[in-house]
Design a protein around this ligand. Structure first.
Ligand SMILES: Cc1cc2nc3c(=O)[nH]c(=O)nc-3n(C[C@H](O)[C@H](O)[C@H](O)COP(=O)(O)O)c2cc1C
Length: 230
């Protein structure tokens, strides 16, 4: 498509696609057709990158290996045994802390988990390690030499990937927590040590009618994050 002028239908279609992508935390077990699976990753690779370096490396895991990694994570990540390639030491403050808390409250409310319900919170956390029942999970790596710039490239790639997934009528959930046991992922998938794990994205068909899939975390008002200068 070599579109030069604004086409209201294209604008509408894209708005709908972009706003209907949400982090989904409950999937059907049904696998995605292999041809669609491949097509998704072909389209996602149209993402831009600094000097066209394309520093993203994906390992798509399904079937027995998916189950195996989930079982391993219950013995490592779930027990607090971590091996992170990129430390997660951000301490959110002010508005960032508020947004973090707000989305947690939204999710717990949807799940019927109260403030005191430690067991419910733990269960909600452990669902991450079951990939929320998704049949597929993609682990996102970049080369060891990469820095912030390359991480930005990978972020653009992953957004492209999630929108492509959505365009096929599928859903996804990006998950930082899936980067908490990089050593096991590398070992099980036979990945060279120079490849560093950023995070994972579970994906597949959304399970209908789950309360946790109905939440829509708010976005800040435009003037809080955009300034127009002339
Ligand atoms: C890089 C990244 C990592 C995330 N990690 C997790 C995670 O480990 N578990 C989870 O349930 N959600 C995770 N999320 C989802 C965010 O909570 C979610 O994107 C945010 O609340 C906005 O909601 P939305 O994606 O539905 O628009 C992650 C999102 C991103 C972009």
């Amino acid at each position: 498509m070599k579109q030069q002028t604004s086409d209201p239908q294209t604008v509408r279609v894209f708005e709908e696609l972009a706003s209907s992508r949400r982090s989904i935390r409950g999937f059907l077990p049904q696998a995605v057709e292999p041809a669609i699976l491949e097509q998704i990753f072909v389209t996602a690779a149209s993402a831009p990158s600094n000097c066209n370096t394309q520093p993203w490396y994906c390992h798509v895991v399904s079937g027995e290996m998916r189950d195996r990694l989930s079982a391993i994570f219950t013995k490592t990540i779930a027990q607090g045994k971590y091996s992170l390639d990129f430390p997660y030491d951000a301490k959110y403050e002010g508005v960032f802390r508020k947004r973090q808390l707000d989305v947690g409250i939204l999710l717990y409310e949807a799940l019927g988990v109260t403030r005191e319900d430690k067991e419910g919170k733990r269960r909600a956390f452990l669902r991450n390690l079951e990939f929320f029942d998704a049949p597929h999970v993609v682990f996102i790596f970049m080369p060891e030499w990469g820095g912030v710039r390359e991480a930005c490239d990978v972020g653009m790639y992953v957004q492209n990937l999630m929108l492509t997934i959505r365009s096929h009528g599928l859903a996804s959930c990006p998950q930082t927590i899936l980067g908490y046991d990089a050593d096991s992922v590398r070992r099980e998938l036979n990945i060279e040590p120079q490849m560093k794990l950023l995070f994972g994205v579970s994906f597949g068909y959304e399970a209908p009618d789950l309360p946790e899939n109905q939440i829509v975390p708010e976005r800040a008002a435009l003037d809080e994050h955009v300034q127009f200068h002339s």
